[in-house]
Write a protein that binds this ligand. Structure first.
Ligand code: BES
Ligand code: MN
Ligand code: ZN
Length: 502
């Protein structure tokens, strides 16, 4: 448990193990630091010089307070250049500090009084807590030996230099906590081993999460999916022993407005099916439900903050397994919108289940606009590495909005083209469309082109998060393992839409 509070209290008397002082590059002689230097009897200046601390982003310096202030330790954390530091810089710094909570239980963070580079106090309060919550994430549920487990409670106090809107800051801290915890929820879902994260378990998590809320939950089982004619979704599901579901959540604060629809790929394990994947890193495919995890986690924020906008979340959940009953390359299935699909590669399963989910969004939910999110193609990492997710779609203003929100949340999106010509790559000799191209060129673009066939004229954007599904190392607020990507991005985007209509 982490407890968060805001207080107006000078750093000398704050009740904490450690006082964190964020420092911008080349501001080592600010009045605050000079005053602290005096308090410490000149010890700060010499420590800075000895350590070569410059205030560069994530530079850190820990100093013993020598009993001159209440806390025993002072940590200076670099934020880089003042005119370059944004909210994500603060998030990263807070994420680094959170890692110290194995030994330090009470952390106090000095927040500058005035807004920094146009950053509002409220925005900063939310970002610091978000970063702190995400940075303290561990996935240790399956570790029986508990020597690495973080024990006990931790508190984070934001120290405001002057009396400001403390209540407002507290509200923003709560918001930051919810955003951070929702990202951690998405991480938990994706990190959970695939034998414990079958479709039925994902449904149970969703039911528990929204138990005491006004959210309407509908679970479409395979029988009902057959009634809707979801042959593409069912085709993928038929290879697995576990039951597949399409999980639907409806948040309806408005009476009649057409909803925003979020669609998330929920393949709880992707073996590739009969077109089986090579063994290397196949275990990562437990996280092939990261799109669904992001959608569920974003809904958690949207619902708990009571965003005044109608939202539907659709999560097709299934395994992709090889078996005697599995789809074969060469099979033809008929999707909900009536299109026939030739299965070229059973490993291109995400687009099959999403195709039917998108048709459902258009035909049954009357979607005003759709954003889907999926670990769709390995080609996305080849194209842009792990620094961004791919974004493609049929409506440029929607794509631009998502890119903008992505910069703010630190979840960068990079647009890739959706040329009409890509449809030629998906020509089939025997069906309306093929699920993959033989040549395998422009994998991310052809994947999106396939999905476009199921949205009609509805405004739609597709986020390919395969590139950022996994964090290779622990850094800033990132923790080695599955990233929880997309949860904050979708939540913030939906909330920006709510602000628009009200
Ligand atoms: N789930 C994978 C994509 C993926 C790969 C996500 C690596 C995260 C990390 C997806 O279902 C897949 O297998 N895509 C194929 C598509 C191809 C067969 C057209 C791919 O990327 O090779
Ligand atoms: Mn696959
Ligand atoms: Zn997949």
């Amino acid at each position: 448990m982490i407890h968060f509070t805001a207080q107006v209290v000078p750093m000398e008397s704050v009740d904490a193990d450690v006082v964190v002082i964020p420092v911008f590059e080349s501001e080592l002689t600010s009045p605050r630091l000079m005053e602290l230097n005096k308090t410490l009897g000149g010890h700060l200046k010499s420590a800075l010089a000895d350590a070569g601390f410059k205030g560069k982003a994530t530079d850190q310096l820990a100093i013993h307070s020598l009993g001159k202030i209440k806390a025993s330790q002072i940590v200076l954390i670099g934020l880089g250049k003042k005119n370059e530091c944004d909210l994500d810089g603060l998030r990263k710094a807070a994420g680094e500090i959170a890692k110290k909570t194995k030994t330090l239980k009470q952390v106090a963070w000095m927040v500058e009084a005035g807004p920094t580079k146009g950053l509002s106090l409220n925005g900063m309060a939310s970002a610091i807590v978000e970063g702190f919550v995400m940075g303290s994430y561990r996935f240790d549920r399956y570790k029986k030996s508990d020597k690495d487990k973080v024990k006990g409670n931790v508190s984070l106090t934001l120290c405001l230099a002057e009396s400001r809107d403390i209540d407002g800051v507290q509200i923003m801290m709560k918001r930051g906590q919810l955003l951070g915890e929702s990202t951690n929820l998405a991480r938990d879902l994706a990190n959970t081993p695939p034998n414990d994260m079958m479709p039925d378990h994902f449904v149970k998590v969703a039911k528990d999460l929204f138990k005491k809320t006004s959210v309407e939950i509908e679970v479409i089982d395979q029988k009902k999916a057959a009634h809707y004619g979801m042959g593409a979704f069912l085709g993928v599901a038929q290879g697995s022993k576990s039951d597949a579901y399409i999980l639907i959540l409806r948040h309806r604060p408005q009476k009649s407005a057409a909803p925003i629809v979020l669609v998330g790929k929920g393949v709880t394990f992707d073996s590739g099916g009969i077109s089986i994947k090579p063994g290397r890193a196949m275990s990562d495919m437990k996280a092939d439900m990261s799109g669904a995890a992001a959608v569920l986690s974003a809904m958690n924020v949207i619902v708990k903050l009571g965003a005044d906008i109608n939202v539907t979340a659709i999560m097709p959940l299934t395994e992709n397994m090889p078996s005697g009953g599995a789809l074969r390359p060469g099979d033809i299935v008929t999707a909900m919108n009536g299109k026939t699909i030739e299965i070229i590669n059973t490993d291109a399963e995400g687009r099959l289940i999403l195709g039917d989910a998108l048709s459902y969004a258009v035909q049954e939910e009357n979607a005003a606009k759709i954003v889907d999110i999926a670990t769709l193609t390995g080609a996305c990492s080849v194209a842009i590495g792990d620094l961004a997710s791919g974004v493609l779609g049929n409506h440029q203003p929607l794509i631009d909005e998502l890119i903008k929100v992505g910069r703010e949340t630190g979840e960068w999106l990079w647009q890739l083209p959706l040329f009409d010509g890509y449809l030629d790559y998906l020509k089939s000799d025997t069906a309306d469309i093929a699920n993959a191209s033989e040549a395998g060129k422009a994998g991310t673009c052809t994947g999106a082109k396939f999905l476009e066939q199921f949205v009609g004229s509805t405004h739609w954007a597709h986020l390919d998060i395969a590139s950022v599904m996994k964090c290779p190392n622990t850094k800033g607020y990132m923790v080695k393992g599955m990233s929880g990507a997309g949860a904050r991005l979708l939540a913030e985007w939906v909330m920006s839409q709510a602000a628009k209509v009200s």
